[in-house]
Design a binder for this molecule. Structure first.
Ligand code: ADP
Ligand code: MG
Length: 243
């Protein structure tokens, strides 16, 4: 198996705070890696180091063969290969769903409006929102807004998708539609790294669960192994709390 994401010995300091303490994470093509761990353990920082929204203090990060930390790397170009979806959808409120989805296609990739609109509509179709293309975020539910954010990311045809607590801001009844879209993406062969508390999704969609604590990967393995028979005391304690 080829790995598409390769992080080695990643450290991150924020001033005196040592947040990542030497993380190694290698993700194979088409793999869905699910990251769990207590609040403050460094999950978001790790994801952000993968697309260089945060600059690691040391270590190496390679995504799809591109050295993300090499100063010669065109980072905006490299980031197009790495879609990211956040807890807060970060949509422009005054733009339609289609406008949000096509913005980067037009401004960053340089597609014509017609091309961008065609790609944007295809992306909205994939998340089941083609009929909402003309709606602004305020006219959409939270779940629909998050699906627009996913469409915006996949419209750029990324090689990897990072999800940072994509359903945490949603009312419970809206969570399912977002997980459904993530399941479809996974089925289509997308490589995904997902930070989430949706353990049911982890059990039936993840290839591997990674448990982080205090800036380190403490334990990782297939969902059943991590949830049913973790080997580390810290993993056991965490799993015990959330179930
Ligand atoms: P998690 O996502 O697992 O909850 P984070 O990666 O968000 O954890 O945070 C890990 C630690 O790093 C926390 O103590 C957090 O306060 C700190 N942290 C995160 N981002 C910053 C930042 N930009 N500046 C200073 N401290 C930060
Ligand atoms: Mg976080």
């Amino acid at each position: 198996m080829t790995s598409i994401v390769e992080a080695l010995g990643v450290h991150k300091h924020f001033g005196h705070l040592h947040v990542l303490k030497g993380v190694d994470l290698s993700v194979a093509e088409r793999e869905l890696v699910f990251v769990i761990g207590p609040s403050g353990s460094g999950k978001s920082t790790l994801l952000r180091c993968l697309n260089r929204l945060e600059e690691p203090s040391s270590g190496s990060v390679t995504v799809d063969g591109i050295d993300m930390l090499d100063p010669r790397t065109d980072i905006n170009h490299a980031r197009q290969r790495i879609g990211m979806v956040f807890q807060s959808f970060n949509l422009y409120p005054h733009m339609t769903a289609l406008g949000n989805v096509t913005l980067a296609l037009r401004k960053v990739v340089g597609k014509s409006r017609a091309e961008a609109d065609a790609l944007g509509m295809a992306a909205l179709q994939r998340v089941g929102l083609a009929d909402r293309a003309g709606h602004t975020p305020g006219q959409l539910s939270g779940g629909q807004q998050q699906r627009v954010a996913i469409a915006r990311a996949i419209a750029l045809e990324p090689r990897v998708m990072l999800f940072d607590e994509p359903t945490s801001a949603l009312d419970p009844e809206l969570v399912g539609s977002v997980l459904e879209v993530m399941r479809d993406l996974r089925q289509s062969g997308m490589t995904m790294i997902v930070v989430s508390h949706e353990m049911g999704f982890a059990r039936n969609a993840a290839d591997r669960v990674v448990f982080m604590d205090d800036g380190l990967i403490v334990e990782q393995g297939p969902p059943a192994a991590i949830f049913e028979s973790p080997t580390q005391e810290r993993t056991r304690a965490f799993i015990g709390q959330i179930q």
